[in-house]
Design a binder for this molecule. Structure first.
Ligand code: SAH
Length: 370
């Protein structure tokens, strides 16, 4: 087992500003600042979001003399591939990205017959300390910027389009904020990424809001703020236990915002959006997989706009916990379905490259000086 290297929080600057951090209006202002006409912002945005290109040489509708200047101002390199690993017969790819200050984050691209989904990180590390999650063990390094999140998606879109994955070329269709970090603890940057990913070109990538999923441990004030955004993105709540006593240990932030408050906020979101809330529940052998807990969970969700995603626990290094027995899993599903609660068991893509749920744990690198 490799131990995560943890450093004292170093002084870190901000990542350079990238066009994906800015609205189209802000991009036009930035272009004028370097002495060019505002419409150049639309052109360079189209290269980025429609053609998925950041290379000045490909921007043939821009005069040679200004390509480098515009790219220098608006397209700094924010993520550099450190490592790429493929599994599931070539249909899943995990990438480890090195950020400008040496921090490492991971994203995972999954090609399905009917869609391509990327799972992105919203923070380097995570401060939520859930004991069964690998990312939770090393603590939080820092928040990612909007563009650092968007860049993970753009990189995945390029790979999907290139046809490198088994199944052939595809259009990236779905984004789940289920990589490293707690998205709602980095609210502004994450919401910026949601806007950039869903705004139509040239402002953004033009994905459907419904094809984005924000996953949270249950940060109630941020969930309430999200209700006000009037978005159609899917909200996923990492529940993992139907009672406060157990949830306090599995999702420590529950001691701050207990189940009743988390569920209230979730139902407000469902009411405001008309969308089913995803309830994430990692089945951990003999910890939270008893029939009694399935019944409690059914009570909590009966008649609500909810869908349960059961995730067989992906064991993490150093933990004694493991996935539920097959019989317990089946019984758990049966109890929920009998109560009329829509339930599925999530597939376990990426397991053998440590790219499955809760396994992302890029070691923190030594920050480089600037
Ligand atoms: N911080 C956010 C998003 C990141 S994790 C959240 O907690 O929702 C995405 C999902 O994977 C969460 O539901 C998380 O609880 C779950 N998960 C974490 N570790 C896991 C593990 N070892 N096995 C299975 N699921 C895990």
């Amino acid at each position: 087992m490799t131990l995560p290297l943890v450093f004292d929080a170093p002084r870190r600057g901000k990542p350079p500003t990238h066009l994906a951090d800015l609205t189209l209006v802000e991009r036009r202002a930035a272009v004028e600042e370097v002495g060019e006409k505002p419409y150049r912002a639309d052109q360079i945005s189209r290269h980025y979001f429609t053609r998925l290109s950041s290379a000045p040489a490909e921007m043939t509708d821009l005069p040679m003399t200004i390509r480098d200047r515009l790219a220098g101002a608006l397209l700094p390199t924010l993520v550099t591939e450190q490592q790429a690993l493929t599994c599931d017969e070539g249909a899943t790819r995990k990438t480890v990205w090195r950020l400008f200050d040496g921090a490492l984050v991971e994203s995972v691209l999954m090609r399905y017959p009917d869609r391509s989904t990327v799972c992105v990180s919203s923070q380097a590390g995570c401060g939520m300390a859930c004991p069964f999650c690998a990312t939770g063990q090393a603590g939080l390094t820092r928040n990612l910027s909007t563009a650092e999140i968007v860049e993970q998606v753009l990189a995945a879109a390029r790979v999907a389009a290139s046809g490198e994955l088994a199944g052939g070329a595809s259009r990236l269709s779905n984004v789940v904020f289920m990589g490293m970090g707690e998205p709602l603890a980095n609210y502004n940057a994450v919401l910026g990424a949601v806007r950039r990913l869903t705004d139509p070109s040239p402002a953004g990538l033009g994905l459907a809001q419904r094809h984005l999923t924000l996953s949270t441990v249950g940060l109630v004030p941020a969930m309430r703020r999200l209700v006000e955004e009037k978005l159609q993105v899917t909200l996923a709540v990492s529940l993992h236990a139907p009672d406060d006593e157990l949830r306090d240990t599995l999702v420590p932030v529950n001691t701050r915002w207990p189940l009743s408050e988390v569920m209230d906020a979730a139902w407000s979101y469902a009411a405001a959006t008309g969308r089913r809330v995803s309830i994430e529940y990692a089945l951990i052998r003999d910890i939270n997989d008893q029939p009694e807990r399935a019944r409690l969970l059914a009570e909590l969700l009966r008649g609500r706009l909810a869908h349960v995603n059961l995730i067989p626990l992906n064991p993490t290094p150093g933990s004694q916990w493991t996935a539920s027995r097959r019989e317990s899993e089946q019984e758990f599903v049966r109890i929920l379905r009998r109560a009329g609660v829509s339930t599925t068991v999530r597939d376990t893509r990426g397991r053998e490259i440590d790219a499955a749920c809760g396994q992302l744990a890029a070691l923190q690198a030594t920050p480089v000086d600037h």
